[in-house]
Design a protein around this ligand. Structure first.
Ligand code: IMP
Ligand code: MG
Length: 175
């Protein structure tokens, strides 16, 4: 079995968009500092590329969530697999996600994080699949709306593979 990957968003376009988001965050948080929460593992590349382009003081922390469910369908039952190292109370927090699909993971994580009383809590995602939404999530910074197709690259995986591709591609599984 071999997988074919069709380029959906070229590396240059991903990086150009990340620069635009960074410019917006630099403007929105001028004179302040921010804590980026990288949601492992998918958003590690996006978090790094974004953080490199921020000119305001930045702290980075990590969190990992897993959703229980049969097959590829998320049940909405989410477990925190890795907790933050530091408190976010009183901090400007931006959650960095690779992709928002059903919205269940973020809906849960944002509730958990807002209970910790950050000064502000924003959500930034590289990719967004609006057609797939099952629960509402407010996205503050969105890289790209994409169609309902399974994508890999730029941190996103299929069975832990393809995270390292420097572009976003649609996975076409051949027999
Ligand atoms: P949600 O809770 O349904 O929004 O799930 C979001 C998570 O599902 C993401 O953080 C990804 O790990 C995974 N995911 C959703 N769509 C894709 C995709 O097209 N490619 C790779 N992973 C995906
Ligand atoms: Mg994943």
């Amino acid at each position: 079995m071999s997988d074919t990957i069709r380029v959906l968003i070229e590396r240059e376009d991903v990086e150009k968009r990340i620069q635009e988001i960074a410019d917006q965050i630099n403007k929105d948080f001028e004179g302040e500092e921010v804590t980026l929460i990288c949601i492992l593992k998918g958003s590690m590349f996006f978090t790094c590329e974004l953080a490199k382009r921020l000119t305001i003081p930045v702290m980075i922390d990590f969190m990992q969530a897993s959703s229980y469910g049969a097959g590829t369908k998320s049940t909405g039952v989410i477990q925190i697999k890795k907790e933050l190292d530091d408190s976010i109370e009183g901090k400007n927090v931006i959650v960095i996600e690779d992709i928002i699909d059903s919205g269940r993971t973020l809906n849960f994580l944002l509730k958990v994080l807002s209970d910790r009383e950050p000064k502000c809590l924003k959500l930034c995602t590289l990719l967004n699949k609006p057609e797939r939404r099952e629960v509402e999530v407010d996205v503050d910074y969105n890289g790209f709306d994409i169609p309902d197709e399974f994508v890999v690259g730029y941190g996103l995986d299929y069975a832990q593979k393809y995270r390292n591709l420097p572009y976003v591609g649609v996975l076409e599984i051949d027999g």
